[in-house]
Design a protein around this ligand. Sequence first.
Ligand SMILES: Cc1cc2nc3c(=O)[nH]c(=O)nc-3n(C[C@H](O)[C@H](O)[C@H](O)COP(=O)(O)OP(=O)(O)OC[C@H]3O[C@@H](n4cnc5c(N)ncnc54)[C@H](O)[C@@H]3O)c2cc1C
Length: 371
Amino acid sequence: MVSYWEQKSFLYHRHLIICGAGFTGLSAAVYYKREHPASSVLVLEKDAICGGASTQNAGFACFGSVSELLADLTHSDEKKVFDLVEKRYRGLLNLRSLLGDDAIGYEPLHGFELFRQGDQLYEHCLDQMGYLNDKLESITGERVYKPADEKISEFGFDNVVHLIENTAEGQVDTGKMYKSLLKLARATGVEILNGISVTGFEEGGHVKVFTDRGSITADKFLIANNGFASTILEGSRTTPARAQALVTAPIEGLKVKGSFHILEGFYYFRNIDDRILLGGGRHLDFEAETTTDRQLNMKIQDDLDRVLREIILPGQQYEVAQRWTGIMGMGNEKQVIAEQLSGRVFCAIRLSGMGLALSTLLGKEIVEMMH
Ligand SMILES: Cc1cc2nc3c(=O)[nH]c(=O)nc-3n(C[C@H](O)[C@H](O)[C@H](O)COP(=O)(O)OP(=O)(O)OC[C@H]3O[C@@H](n4cnc5c(N)ncnc54)[C@H](O)[C@@H]3O)c2cc1C
């Protein structure tokens, strides 16, 4: 039920309505407003903060570890793989220039891929490192990967025998980044309504966007709800992919500094505020993790505890302070879907596991398609 006042002051016609106030939706809103200052842009967000992945992620400013890129090359062609790496890399530069390093808490602490005793993957990675460096040099201007075994003891790891460093990787403070983007969107004149769920849409002389608080019309409609796309878009080619994460309480004398990847990126951890933030393990229960339900999966959380205990913080005292999940959007390919679906409807979805890197540039590109 909608009051007269709500209808008149909130649910009136806009130039652009965006479904989803994640990094992608907010970035698109900012770029659209910049390009059309007189336009009205409304972002509808079902949750109080962000209910997908933009406030749940690990804050890696990354574009691919060696084993992850090699795995991608086994199921996708070379051009697609490196085009996506380039998008991530350019996306990170775009993010940093859009919001500024201070505003996102950017730290150029480098990335590290970690290999354990008997890990066959290391020989393969070492063997292919020159090839990947050639490819990456044409994108980043640097030979980014290098062996870094001498740092294993510096970080205090156990059961780790090799490290490969990525000198162009960094990390951000995700909460700061989201808040800065929200602030920029509001300062640019974007309206954001939280707690309203889009339930569907219909296209005619304009787009009618149906919500759980009534319908609103717009000239254009952008679907930017990533892992939830299939709830309003049939045949979206995007499935939800839940990811589990945890953070420890502060640890005195923590030695770990940087962004770390294990096993083709299936586990990842970093330092933040003298704590360890660890996520991953989806490969242990893909089926259960194909959901928009935000519940913890204790089978995976227990495995994250094991990784913490056996590999990251061996013999150290620590407590797990918080556990959470986030919902990503994946599909049978890692490439994002940025498309005009019809005259007035667009989508920018399926950011897979590296949307922090891709989202602001994706927001810019989808707005360019709206001309
Ligand atoms: C645990 C975890 C760790 C990650 N780590 C990293 C990392 O280190 N680096 C990296 O690059 N990426 C990482 N990611 C991925 C990254 O966070 C996402 O790719 C990115 O946030 C996607 O942004 P988005 O705006 O497209 O989608 P989202 O952030 O999911 O935003 C979509 C929004 O749409 C809203 N919504 C959904 N349906 C509706 C509806 N019907 N009506 C209204 N609103 C709706 C949702 O509530 C959500 O707020 C991680 C993800 C997770 C879960």
